[in-house]
Design a protein around this ligand. Structure first.
Ligand code: ATP
Ligand code: MG
Length: 349
């Protein structure tokens, strides 16, 4: 009997409503070829939902999602909704409650895509971002904000457990790749939190003597992303640094629209969630011009997580063929629409 995967589909806002259905169409096509099936349910959660209901997802939303094998997600956010709402994050809630402590964000060159770097060297690395603690724990407050003595404080929290588990993921991933982990901190100035990070990572590294391990400061790392990105294999970093580095990673690929990602619970106690690295891009929504390659790549990362490796590789090969054939959206200098890209990928499967 062939396997069936039950997928929660959450397009979110803006271009999510255009690229998620296209990505899902690719998923259905690849499933047919590889002898497994998909069932799915759509959820209209996000900032648009918040404007109508006062919350980003319903009270029982997490319970509902928990029953699925995976979540295929677009992006949440609209200009009319305050970005700093502590409750905001649909994304934040799902990541934290489902212990999706790894954010897996690959960066690579696409054939036929012009990128901003002069170097023609092939780039292929994965940013492994700690996804639930660190700088994003939202602990702190604003004190007397309207007064001359006002202040704003955010605390970063790095726990041994949190550092160890993401480090193990990175080192195991490196074993499947080119056997190298570079960990990124700023422990020369954040001398408590990030030197603890350094210490714990170094301890974990000792358990993987076959994997090369080095360390780089975030400032130097951003320079190296631009000057010699080919030196990286697995880039292990904190929540905030990983957030910033992945936009830079998207940019050196040629567009933010190219990056796919997974919010992963490696133990599979909860469903993992797969989404492009960019936001909901309301500025270009509704015109069939959004680049869906990152969303489609996220589908491949999802299939890999579910154990459908051949199907995942099939999608990646089809993406490469499509960009090579010049099927490129406006952000890549082409004139293909969102739907045409998905059509091309499906044809190339
Ligand atoms: P978030 O806070 O959710 O990360 P953001 O404020 O960083 O969102 P994005 O929505 O990622 O912003 O958009 C940044 C820029 O990149 C916008 O100009 C947007 O149009 C462009 N962009 C993002 N995704 C795509 C895409 N898939 N195709 C084309 N352009 C995109
Ligand atoms: Mg962003």
């Amino acid at each position: 009997m062939s396997k069936n995967y039950n997928i929660a589909v959450v397009p979110g806002d803006g271009i999510g409503n255009e690229i998620v259905p296209e990505g899902y169409r690719v998923l259905e096509a690849v499933a047919k070829k590889h002898n497994f099936s998909l069932s799915s349910k759509n959820f209209d959660w996000g900032a648009g939902y918040y404007l109508k209901n006062g919350e980003f997802l319903p009270k029982d939303g997490l319970e509902t999602l928990k029953k699925f094998d995976a979540i295929y997600f677009g992006s949440v956010g609209l200009p009319a909704v305050d970005d700093t709402l502590p409750a905001k994050d649909y994304t934040f809630k799902v990541r934290a409650n489902f212990s999706q402590y790894v954010n897996h964000r690959p960066v690579r060159t696409y054939p036929g895509v012009t990128r901003p770097l002069r170097s023609e060297k092939h780039i292929d690395f994965v940013i492994v971002r700690e996804n639930v603690e660190g700088e994003f724990v939202q602990m702190g407050g604003q004190f007397l904000p309207d007064s001359a003595d006002g202040m704003g404080i955010d605390t970063s929290v790095f726990t041994r457990k949190g550092i160890e588990r993401v480090a193990h993921y990175a080192f195991k991933l490196a074993r499947k790749r080119r056997n190298k982990v570079t960990h990124i901190t700023k422990s020369n100035t954040l001398i408590n939190s990030l030197s603890y990070w350094d210490r714990v990572i170094t301890e974990v590294a000792e358990q993987y003597p076959d994997v090369a391990h080095d360390q780089m400061y975030i400032d130097n790392c951003t320079a190296n992303f631009v000057l010699k990105p080919e030196i990286f294999d697995v880039v292990l970093t904190t929540n905030l640094f990983g957030d910033i580095l992945s936009d830079l990673g998207g940019a050196i690929m040629g567009s933010l629209g190219l990056g796919g990602s997974g919010n992963i619970n490696p133990e599979k106690e909860f469903p993992s969630m797969f989404e492009p690295i960019h936001g909901s891009a309301p500025d270009i929504a509704g015109n069939n011009i959004a680049n869906p390659y990152g969303q489609i790549w996220s589908a491949a990362i999802m299939l890999e997580h579910l154990g459908e490796i051949e199907a995942a590789n099939n999608i990646m090969d089809a993406i490469d063929k499509s960009t090579q054939q010049g099927v490129l959206t406006k952000d890549l200098g082409g004139n293909a629409g969102t739907k045409e890209v998905a059509d091309a990928v499906i044809k190339n499967l």
